[in-house]
Design a protein around this ligand. Structure first.
Ligand code: UD1
Ligand code: MG
Length: 429
């Protein structure tokens, strides 16, 4: 891919955000954002500069991996520095702390929110780096985000109820009898369905905290398992982050009083997401095909926890899930392998044809009589890996690695457009 195409593709997702930003009339808000943009730009330049330097250190310490997509080339045996997510993570923390000092920490409540958010992210970066150095087992990878989400949960002081979109209210509330439906009554035995609000509100109580901690586990792990081709981990997080920025700017743009006032929740989300976008872009430049560095689990955990924190303290965790549609699909589709119904090899990334350089869906070997229901043809001696990446290769046929990453990021962009239509036009409260 020509270099100018790569750069254009990278900045393209930011254009709608820029247009929206220019259309916002609140000048006080805009001045804040200009300063945050300059800080983020410095963050981008720092990551871009530091990644090649720090990668030499990680290489020296043996923190590296082989690029499995380069089999059959002279790069097959080259050690690629691993865990460079640590650079974007640390630069992000510095930028976020500076931004918050300038704009967010005016009251002790705001300070508490911000400190707990940064504590959870910092904890997760540390645990991700630990995973990259110690190569933890899957069960620990699931537990770690739970621990890291504790500071986040203890400082949460928002609602513990969920609003049911108007179009779905009929599931819980019967308008003609003015009573709960059978399903509504069943749900009411576990949670509290607000009958005064005619099924509009479900009070989750302590279950909301369980939901928030599971959200942290999901966000961190779902990015980590949609991985294996150059630029994918970092690229998907970059698209999700730009989507969050777009949603928040759109919220401010459509705010009813025409003065485009920015609330605390929105400001918090924007302060967090701008440096994240910048530091991810700086890392993506080095991780894009052919990858000079790997981002490692450090980056996946850092990105996932940042999204969870923004979703929870920004009070839009349901909308956040809509931005994770490819990751939700990949997780559900992976369940047979994640829960060991069928074997899950250490790596499920696509198979590379060493002659054509095309990637195709990967498989694992098994007996002809095993796992019949999971095979494309009965009696095969191999079974496909259940990942979104492999599914796309099965549907569209073999692709070059760079094309595959671009297609997968295209799916991520499409899912943002779908999420936008669902959030603002299909379902409203
Ligand atoms: C997750 C996936 C695994 C996938 C791996 C790739 C599940 C359950 N686990 O495991 O299937 O193979 O991510 O990241 O779905 N690598 C490349 N090219 C890349 C990125 C990574 O070859 O573009 C290889 C390198 O050898 C690198 C290694 O993957 O060293 C990193 O794997 P790691 O992140 O430790 O794997 P997991 O997150 O455990
Ligand atoms: Mg990983």
């Amino acid at each position: 891919m020509a270099i100018w195409v790569k750069y254009s593709l990278a900045v393209l997702p930011l254009l709608p955000c820029l247009l929206l930003f220019l259309a916002i009339k609140n000048n006080e808000f805009k001045e804040k954002i200009y300063v945050l943009m300059i800080l983020s730009l410095i963050g981008y330049l720092l990551v871009d500069r530091l990644v090649p330097i720090i990668s030499q250190y990680t290489l020296k310490r043996g923190l590296c991996g082989k690029d499995l997509g380069k089999k059959g080339t002279i790069n097959e045996s080259v050690d690629v520095p691993e865990a460079l997510g640590i650079v974007s993570g640390i630069v992000f923390l510095v930028c976020a702390i500076l931004s918050s000092v300038v704009y967010f920490s005016n009251t002790s409540h705001q300070q508490m929110i911000f400190n707990s958010a940064l504590f959870s992210i910092c904890f997760m970066i540390f645990l991700g780096f630990t995973d990259d150095t110690l190569d933890l087992q899957w069960r620990y990878k699931l537990i770690l985000p739970l621990t890291a989400s504790i500071p986040l949960l203890t400082s949460y002081s928002g609602e513990t109820a969920v609003l049911i979109p108007a179009q779905l209210r009929f599931i819980l509330w019967n308008d003609s009898t003015k009573m709960l439906t059978t399903l509504g009554s069943v749900i009411d035995t576990i949670f509290t369905v607000d009958t005064n609000a005619e099924g509009k509100i479900i009070e989750l109580g302590p279950f909301f905290f369980l939901y928030m901690s599971l959200l942290s586990v999901f966000c961190t792990n779902s990015i980590n398992i949609l991985a294996g081709v150059n630029g994918l981990e970092c690229g998907q997080a970059y698209i999700i982050a730009v989507s969050i920025l777009f949603f928040k700017l759109y919220d401010i743009y459509i705010s009813s009083d025409h003065t485009n006032v920015c609330g605390d929740n929105q400001l918090f989300a924007i302060i967090m997401i701008l440096p994240f976008i910048a530091t991810s872009l700086g890392l993506l430049r080095h991780n894009w095909y052919p990858a000079k560095v790997f981002v490692g689990d450090t980056y996946c955990y850092f990105a996932g926890m940042t999204f969870a924190v923004i979703g929870i303290h920004g009070h839009f965790s349901k909308t956040l899930l809509l931005l994770f549609l490819p990751q939700i699909f990949n997780f559900l589709y992976s369940i047979p392998q994640l829960f060991k119904v069928i074997p899950c090899p250490r790596h499920r990334l696509p198979h590379i044809n060493v002659t054509t350089r095309l990637m195709s869906a990967s498989t694992f070997e098994c007996k002809a009589s095993d796992y019949q229901y999971f095979k494309s043809k009965r009696g095969d001696v191999s079974c496909p890996n259940y990942t979104l990446i492999c599914l796309i290769l099965q549907v569209f046929g073999p692709m070059y690695e760079e094309t595959l990453t671009t297609v997968l990021l295209g799916v991520q962009v499409t899912s943002t457009i779908i999420a936008f239509c669902i959030r603002y036009y299909l379902l409203h409260e």
